[in-house]
Write a protein that binds this ligand. Structure first.
Ligand code: HEM
Length: 508
């Protein structure tokens, strides 16, 4: 018996040695003898390992995932290749590369796998991850319809935004009580008000029954975005891992948000279908228009497509704009002289203290320059949403092969000394000429390029302008007494935001 055990152990050890020798031989051949997988026309990049691709190179470049791609770009240039798992990926880091490649119609598709497939019942539906005929029809229809209900129209949006900001100021005033000031945790204060603005345009109302859903979506949406960029990268590279380590990779949190959003949207859709079957009125919101079009084109205007359109609109507008607003407060607090200049500009344009309208913005170049500088330093979507090449694409001497994932990372561009002379400084004046007019706004590329760029730019600008001006009319912002200056670097996540900080809101 003992002899048999020893003999088996011996065989096992021999087998292990053979396997180890085999693997070593394979890796040696792979690295030294096999022809380089990058044909010389593909953009350069570190040599990928079998199975894991360049995940180790990314991890080695920096333990801060927001920096990794930029660090590799310093070595390989404005366009370089990586393999994320087995996925061939190209990273763009210069404005020229992004502008040229992302406006090419062959890059209108998206990467679609792992959690991005699970969130949409494994179908390419909705706006942000659909493609082809459905995307061609749904995106223009959704934004044309939203515009009818106020989206991107300052006069209509003013009403929604004032409503949301009043509620936010109410909470701050309650906290101040009979005093003059209070310290506020800035993290997440804008999520709920900003989500409410888009909710009103999509659903057409905020009833007391809607409030808990808005709160739930704001909270779970934030948890989704914070659920770990590393986890999402790994899950996209090795989709099966999401079922093996769902908790560690953030997959549970992500699915929790998707399921919550899809259930809320489905209930709204059914409720509207019932209403429509009894009284047929002219639509006053996106949901109503969606349901009314169901009978004419059920392939597009069905409940699943509504669920994903609802999710795309609420998530894309809320997290980006709220994180951007957190950066706005951070920079106002960190640079009191900048805050004072904006306040003086507000006083000059509306000395009587009336609410500002978006049309006042054209008289206010300094605040416009401040918003541009905030986009440069507070890079909410530093890594834009991944695209996918529909055919081979030529750029300079390189070829991006069909089906390559295309990612853009704006950090190096925004931090380049060559482009900005003093990139580390927060200096809105860089966007003003000697006559005090706004210049070089086109150098801010945060909303991307081409037909698949961000459709929410104007909406985001209106929201930021009206929220910030009304806030500064009421409060002066500062670092709380006895606290250190908050961190100015960016907190990693699917989108970037400031690290948690407090600001003192003092009534003017
Ligand atoms: C600070 C605010 C925002 C920033 C920096 C931002 C940035 C971006 C970027 C970089 C993309 C990817 C574009 C591409 O693939 O080339 C995108 C997509 C998108 N954004 Fe925004 N965004 C912001 C606010 C908004 C708002 C307010 C909305 C309102 C609805 C919105 C809706 C969308 C949608 C639906 C997409 C997907 C478009 C498509 O795939 O066709 N975004 N955004």
């Amino acid at each position: 018996m003992t002899y048999r055990i020893f003999r088996n152990l011996f065989h096992l050890r021999k087998m292990f040695v053979y396997v180890a020798l085999g693997v070593t031989l394979f890796l040696t051949i792979y690295f030294f003898l096999l022809k380089d997988e990058h044909n010389n026309k593909e953009p350069p990049g570190p040599k990928p390992w079998p199975i894991i691709g360049n995940l180790l190179d990314l991890a080695k470049a920096s333990d801060n995932m927001t920096l990794s791609m930029g660090i590799l770009a310093e070595k390989y240039g404005e366009i370089f290749s990586l393999k994320i798992g087995s996925k061939r990926t190209v990273i763009l880091t210069s404005k020229e590369a992004m502008q040229t490649i992302l406006t090419n119609e062959a890059t209108l598709a998206r990467d679609f796998s792992g959690m991005f497939a699970d969130r949409s019942f494994n179908k390419k539906i909705g706006i942000a991850f659909s493609e082809g005929e459905l995307w061609d029809k749904l995106r223009p229809w959704a934004f044309k319809t939203l515009r009818e209900f106020g989206f991107g129209k300052s006069s209509d949006m003013e009403h929604f935004i004032q409503d949301s900001s009043q509620r936010l100021f109410g909470t701050i005033d309650d906290k101040i009580g009979t005093g003059k000031s209070c310290d506020v945790d800035v993290e997440l204060i804008f999520n709920n008000p900003i989500l409410s603005i888009m909710w009103q345009m999509v659903v057409g109302r905020i009833s007391p029954e809607d409030e808990p859903y808005i709160k739930l979506l704001a909270e779970k949406g934030d948890a989704f975005v914070r659920s770990g960029i590393l986890g999402t990268g790994i899950v996209n590279a090795f989709p099966f891992l999401r079922f093996v380590f769902p908790k560690a990779l953030g997959y549970n949190v992500q699915m929790d948000y998707f399921n919550t959003s899809n259930t809320i949207a489905l209930n709204l859709f059914k409720e509207m279908q019932e209403k429509w079957s009894t009284s047929q009125t002219t639509p006053t919101n996106l949901l109503e228009a969606f349901v009314q079009n169901f009978s004419t084109d059920p392939k597009i205007f069905n409940s699943e497509n509504f669920q994903l359109t609802f999710q795309d609109l609420l998530l894309a507008s809320t997290d980006t704009s709220s994180s951007y607003m957190e950066f706005v407060i951070l920079f106002l607090v960190a640079y009191p002289d900048v805050q004072e200049k904006i306040y003086q500009e507000i006083l000059k344009v509306v000395p009587d203290g009336r609410d500002l309208c978006f049309s006042d913005r054209k008289e206010m170049p300094y605040i416009q320059a401040f918003f541009l500088e905030t986009h440069r330093k507070g890079r909410v979507l530093q890594n834009m949403l991944p695209r996918r090449a529909l055919s081979d694409i030529a750029y300079k001497d390189y070829i991006i092969k069909k089906d390559t994932i295309i990612m853009a990372d704006t950090r190096l561009y925004y931090e380049s000394q060559e482009n900005w002379t003093d990139p580390d400084a927060f200096r809105p004046e860089r966007f003003l000429n000697e006559a005090g007019q706004v210049v070089n706004a086109g150098n801010i590329i945060s909303f991307s390029f081409g037909k698949r760029n961000c459709p929410g730019e104007l909406h985001a600008n209106i929201v930021a302008f009206l929220l910030v001006t009304s806030l500064l009319q009421r409060y002066k912002l500062s670092v709380p007494k006895g606290q250190e200056m908050p961190r100015l670097d960016l907190k990693p996540g699917l989108t970037l935001k400031p690290y948690p900080f407090q600001a003192t809101f003092t009534k003017r």
